[in-house]
Design a protein around this ligand. Structure first.
Ligand SMILES: [Zn+2]
Length: 181
């Protein structure tokens, strides 16, 4: 069994804490959306999962996820008879040393992400997850355009639902007999 010393664990926790504050990928998303005319609030502490960006008008939370910490494209199998088969993805390679520790940690993060987004959905929020690897220079602008597209789509959908003119027919029906009298 691999073990991680308390110092190691603390160091990784520190690294995670540092990374979660004003990390570069998050800055890219912020600047890219700002440039495209979107306005947002940052690190909304009262919402589940403390979304990185909150766009009230679009009722949308955006999470900018590090591929390693959130296990992008990695399907983590259950440990069975201490056999562990892991399919690494291109952007999330689980270290060979202390494998159990990392698998457990990444699995926990993935589960937490799922729970938090479920809570947000129940509160009526849309969630968009942006992955670090989608923000590489070669993909960046496309990714930002597609977030903008998604936000506009969300707005249209929500807005359309609200402006369905359902009372009109009723009003007319009610007025009809009066008009006939
Ligand atoms: Zn990735």
């Amino acid at each position: 069994m691999d073990k991680v010393s308390p110092q190691q664990a603390r160091r990784h926790a520190n690294m995670a804490a540092i990374r979660s504050k004003d990390t570069k990928p998050e800055m890219i998303v912020r600047k890219g959306l700002w440039k495209r005319g979107f306005r947002y609030r940052l690190n909304h502490n009262r919402l589940p999962g403390h979304p990185d960006l909150v766009l009230r008008k679009y009722r949308t939370c955006i999470f900018v996820n590090g591929c390693f910490w959130h296990g992008h494209n990695v399907a983590l199998p259950q440990i069975h008879n201490s056999q562990l088969i892991i399919h690494n993805s291109e952007c999330c390679k689980i270290p060979k040393t202390n494998r159990d520790f990392w698998v457990a940690k990444i699995r926990r993060n993935k589960e937490r992400d799922k729970e938090e987004q479920k809570k947000l959905a129940e509160m009526g929020w849309h969630c968009i997850t942006v992955w670090e690897c989608e923000l590489k220079p070669s993909k960046r602008e496309d990714t930002l355009d597609s977030i903008a597209f998604t936000l506009n789509h969300i707005w249209l959908q929500d807005h359309q639902a609200k402006v369905v003119p359902y009372p009109k027919q009723d009003e007319e029906d009610m007025q009809m007999p009066m008009a006939a009298e």
